[in-house]
Design a binder for this molecule. Structure first.
Ligand code: SAH
Length: 214
């Protein structure tokens, strides 16, 4: 086995050991190579289970956290999913393998453009990437079956709760940006919202307004 294949196998083995056991999630993470989503200087570390810096001072999340969040989201093939925080586009690319359509929003135009180019290179056609302040969600496409937020807010943003379908699930980190945050899952039922806490995480903050390009 060559070095790359070996590292990929270890990567998948590690994901399982961290609790990513859903077969469809593991298959999606096997298909979508993390390599093209990390910057050239970090390409040797694409299979490490660690967050890495991307453009605009942001980070691509740790693969095991991507796997656990995707698993908690329980995406089904007919679903319309909203992701807040496109970043590199890695999480959106994984969701694209599991859902009918993915809308992904970032406040940095540059990140959105670079992610779109990666989706095109990979032949992914069911992601719509949009430059916007996602704190207000995406009212023109709402409601969503699933919402995932990959930047931390102090509380779940009200507009996102409102844009979740009944029967829908939202997964997001909450807490102060400079402290350890909690990953939570919000399930919307007929009678209201249920919350459960999944694991401690650390994400960049959800900020208001569009990003100032470097
Ligand atoms: N999911 C990404 C990692 C996201 S890092 C990946 O797979 O690579 C968090 C991202 O959230 C950053 O790119 C940041 O610009 C974005 N972000 C922060 N606040 C935002 C907001 N209000 N609206 C949209 N995007 C936001």
């Amino acid at each position: 086995m060559n070095d790359r294949a070996e590292r990929k196998m270890q990567f998948l083995f590690h994901l399982r050991s961290r609790g990513v056991t859903d077969r469809r999630v593991l298959e999606a993470m096997e298909r979508i190579d993390r390599g093209p989503f990390v910057r050239g200087i970090f390409s040797g570390r694409a299979y490490d289970d660690t967050p890495l810096p991307i453009a605009c001072g942001q980070t691509i999340s740790q693969p095991s956290v991507v796997g656990l969040m995707t698993q908690a989201l329980d995406v089904q093939p007919r679903h319309k999913v909203l992701e807040l925080g496109t970043g590199s586009g890695y999480q959106a690319a994984i969701l694209s393998q599991l859902a009918r359509r993915v809308y992904t929003v970032d406040r940095f135009r540059r990140l959105v453009k670079e992610a779109e180019a990666r989706f095109e290179d990979l032949g992914i056609t069911n992601i719509t990437a949009i430059t916007a302040d996602g704190s207000f969600g995406l009212p023109e496409q709402a409601p969503f079956d699933r919402i995932i937020v990959t930047a931390a807010a102090e509380d779940p943003p009200g507009p996102l709760l409102a844009q979740l379908k009944i029967g829908g699930i939202m997964v997001l980190p909450v807490g102060q940006s400079d402290a350890v945050q909690s990953l939570i899952r919000v399930s919307r039922g007929e009678a209201g919202y249920d919350y459960d806490e999944l694991l401690p995480v650390r994400f960049v903050p959800l900020l208001e307004g569009l990003g100032q390009e470097e």
